[in-house]
Write a protein that binds this ligand. Structure first.
Ligand SMILES: O=P(O)(O)OC[C@H]1O[C@H](OP(=O)(O)OP(=O)(O)O)[C@H](O)[C@@H]1O
Ligand SMILES: O=c1cc[nH]c(=O)[nH]1
Ligand SMILES: [Mg+2]
Length: 211
């Protein structure tokens, strides 16, 4: 597994505002979108392209275009939805699949309540987006769903991660081709499985409803 932890003052600045409990939902949503755009730069570094020739007003130019089969972006509902717009802007040809996974806040076990993915993901580049990587249970299940469907090239984009969750994902995927891009790696999980210092419940803060 390859891990990239962002190291950029703009990302740290935006994450600082996001973490602040005084930041209201509309600002929170805007910042999540801006952050995913910045992280996507690294996450899409290996996106596949095909050669294409275009004519500039002056001369032919040997360029590239996003390759087929199209990449697929998979937001993990609810909180991952907040990252979707930013990601599709950067990968306009991408298809979108959906996973609805909710962590049981008592047992911390993830429960899948929605799964709308193509049956066959063979040869597709997959981008899983979810702001929080806490125990790693949700991301592990998400990665398993796409591997079961034949994907071999998976990139996960998360705004914040905990060392415990990152280690769990790494142990689970072992030698497979998985890349995890994080805005920041925080200190630890608390006794309730929340990332410390973190930002609280990302879904609740995005949508203003505690669920
Ligand atoms: O690494 P884990 O311990 O599995 O926790 C991380 C998950 O928790 C949050 O979702 P949540 O379950 O709160 O669902 P929501 O987005 O609907 O609020 C977050 O968006 C991740 O999906
Ligand atoms: O800190 C955390 C942990 C899980 N889910 C969140 O939204 N936040
Ligand atoms: Mg939540």
């Amino acid at each position: 597994m390859r891990v990239h932890i962002a190291d950029h003052p703009l990302i740290t600045h935006k994450l600082t505002v996001l973490r602040d409990k005084a930041t209201p939902s509309p600002v929170f949503r805007q910042l999540v979108e801006e952050l995913v755009t910045l992280l996507a730069y690294e996450a899409t570094r290996d996106v596949r392209v095909d050669k294409v020739v275009v004519d500039t007003p002056v001369a032919p130019y040997n360029g590239v275009k996003l390759a087929r089969p199209r990449p697929i972006i998979i937001p993990v509902l609810r909180a991952g939805l907040g990252m979707l717009e930013g990601m599709t802007k950067l990968l306009p040809t991408a298809e979108v699949g959906f996973l609805g996974i909710k962590r049981n806040e008592e047992t911390l076990e993830p429960y899948t309540y929605a799964n709308r993915l193509p049956d066959d993901l063979t040869g597709r580049q997959v981008f899983i987006i979810d702001p929080m990587l806490a125990t790693g249970g949700t991301l592990i299940d998400s990665i398993d769903y796409v591997f079961e469907r034949g994907a071999t090239d998976v990139t996960c984009v998360c705004l914040l991660g905990a060392p415990e969750g990152l280690a769990a994902v790494e142990a689970h995927v072992a030698g497979k081709d998985v890349k995890v891009v994080l805005g920041a790696l925080d200190e630890k999980l608390n006794e309730k499985g929340y990332i410390v210092p973190g930002l609280g419940d990302a879904g609740d803060r995005l949508y203003g409803v505690a669920q």
